[in-house]
Design a protein around this ligand. Structure first.
Ligand code: BTN
Length: 268
């Protein structure tokens, strides 16, 4: 059994700059969704500096309306509220930058082979180790951004079977992770990377993102609503859009779901 989450341990592990930015840290036994919790807190004012984590989410949310599953007391689910002083039209790349922050934390922990699947799935080879759900509130600057991060620390067989897609957990690598230290590192790195994005945009992060792109140069299929486009992944633009080389030229996407399995299944 992993050690319990503890707000004092998390706070003590934060660098001073993050500690002075963070307004509150809630550690909950259970909650519907940590993102939804921050969304409700927004009714009382700015969410900047609000952080919430929970041992268990009863209705964890994933991207594109999916659910997010985890076992009680054995994973990481954390949401961080940020006020980002940019118009919504300029916020797109932030979602990729958060993926980079998570990958950087895992790299520092000694996790080898972490990659990113556009826009921000955290991958270990072809298996998903974690995910990021960014939700935006309001439409005028500063954008109120909820950054939700889920990481698989340990997953039991039943949960893996229920997820029904290739998943990985840090425990699969033989890593015993201190979840409090991991959460502190995530809060600090997300704050640091978000602040850098706010002042200079995605462009400076682009080479790093390209270096972690698990689909670089591979044939993929992108699903966006009813649209299904096949082609070769060319990486991302300077603003974080996905670039796909198709038979009729290059197409860029700012939303959608990238799949490799569908293309490889048809090719074999
Ligand atoms: C994805 O679909 O890949 C995104 C998953 C994001 C899950 C995290 S767990 C913490 C936060 N609260 C939620 O309800 N979702 C995010």
């Amino acid at each position: 059994m992993a050690e319990p989450l503890d707000s004092r341990c998390i706070t003590a592990a934060l660098p001073r700059a993050t500690r002075s930015w963070m307004k509150s840290l809630e550690v909950l036994e259970h909650v519907d969704s940590t993102n939804a919790y921050i969304m409700r807190a927004a009714r009382a004012g700015s969410i900047d500096g609000l952080v919430v984590t929970a041992e268990f989410q009863t209705a964890g949310r994933g991207r594109r309306g999916r659910s997010w599953a985890g076992d009680p007391g054995r994973n990481v689910a954390v949401s961080i509220g940020h006020a980002v002083d940019l118009p919504l039209t300029k916020i797109g790349g932030l979602s990729l930058v958060v993926g980079l922050a998570v990958a950087d934390v895992l790299d520092c922990l000694g996790v080898e082979g972490v990659g990113l699947k556009w826009p921000n799935d955290i991958m270990l080879g072809e298996a998903k180790l974690g995910g990021v759900l960014i939700e935006l509130l309001g439409d005028a600057p500063p954008a109120q951004v909820i950054v939700g991060i889920g990481l698989n620390v340990e997953l039991d067989e039943r949960t893996r079977a229920a997820i029904g897609a290739p998943v990985a957990a840090l425990a699969d690598l033989g890593l015993q992770v201190d979840r409090n230290a991991l959460i502190a590192a995530l809060i600090a790195r997300v704050h640091e990377f978000t602040t850098a994005f706010e002042s200079s945009g995605f462009e400076r992060f682009q080479p790093l993102w390209e270096s972690l792109n698990v689909h670089a140069g591979r044939r993929v299929e992108v699903l966006n609503g009813d649209m299904r486009v096949s082609g070769r992944s060319l990486g991302v633009t300077a603003t974080g859009e996905l670039r796909i080389e198709t038979d009729v030229g290059e197409v860029t996407f700012n939303a959608g779901e990238v799949s490799l399995r569908a293309v490889e299944a048809r090719a074999s």
